[in-house]
Design a binder for this molecule. Structure first.
Ligand code: ADP
Ligand code: ADP
Length: 227
């Protein structure tokens, strides 16, 4: 895959301009962290990369193809997206991983030994004994790992998008989720909204979003960054 290039991208919602004239290039294999206060436009940036929102002005190009004219379904098959909150339904943990995967996940292909090993590793501890139990009552950390396990099923993903995968986690869960996140990122391009040092430490670049304006932070990351 080629680079992801944003040129002069503005995203205006009805009452807010979420991103203002953003230009940036993400090279294949790069790990880009996004920091910034709540409401700054971080989630909108991820939604833009998935084609869930379209630029009001400017272009998003993937390997030279404008997402506005691209086959979005085909592009999304290349993306493993870990949303901020995994939606769970009544059923087993395993059902929640398999059936909660995006509709276009090829579950037969994803059943390769390598993918299943990763999924099982990412499942909440004690997942075997939780079979038959309902999704309710899982901790934030367990939910995050279900979201990660779903993403592992997208074996052919070239881009991983994570929206604050370690927010709301205690220290013990954070370690496990960071570990699973690193396995998911291996060999792929990664863009992740993150504030905790453990994830920022694995980023090649850190972008700060502030009121829709994106700036690149010099490394090392100063303490107290974020929101
Ligand atoms: P962040 O992820 O940094 O918290 P968001 O991208 O979610 O920021 O939001 C940026 C701004 O756009 C905020 O002012 C938010 O209220 C607004 N916004 C986000 N999504 C929508 C939407 N679907 N419709 C209208 N306004 C939105
Ligand atoms: P919806 O319109 O309800 O989002 P989808 O079938 O597109 O329906 O997605 C269902 C759920 O699957 C989403 O809520 C999201 O959590 C997840 N999802 C969608 N696309 C992806 C993706 N590319 N990678 C990982 N998860 C995804």
């Amino acid at each position: 895959p080629g680079p992801i290039v944003l040129s002069g991208v503005t995203v205006a919602y009805d009452r807010t301009t979420a991103l203002r004239d953003v230009s940036l290039t993400i090279q294949p294999g790069e790990r880009v962290a996004i920091v910034g206060p709540s409401g700054a436009g971080k989630s909108t940036l991820l939604a833009l990369l998935l084609g869930f929102v379209a630029p009001t002005a400017g272009q998003v190009r993937v390997s030279g193809v404008d997402l506005a004219t691209a086959d979005l379904a085909a592009w999304r098959r290349e993306v493993a997206w870990v949303p901020q909150r995994a939606h769970l339904f009544a059923g087993t943990v395993a059902d929640n991983v398999r059936l909660g995967a995006p509709a276009d996940t090829d579950l037969d292909k994803a059943a390769s030994a390598a993918a299943l090993d990763e999924v099982i590793e990412a499942l909440p501890e004690g997942w075997e004994t939780m079979l038959g139990e309902r999704g309710y009552g899982l901790s934030s950390g367990q939910r995050q790992r279900i979201a990660l396990a779903r993403a592992f099923l997208r074996e052919h993903a070239t881009l991983v998008l994570l929206d604050e995968p370690t927010a709301r986690l205690d220290a013990a869960s954070e370690g496990a989720v960071v570990e699973a996140t690193l396995r998911l990122l291996a060999g792929r391009t990664g863009v992740f909204v993150a504030h905790r040092p453990a994830l920022l430490a694995v980023a090649d670049r850190v972008l700060r979003v502030d009121d829709g304006v994106v700036t690149e932070l010099a490394r090392p990351v100063p303490t107290g960054v974020g929101g």
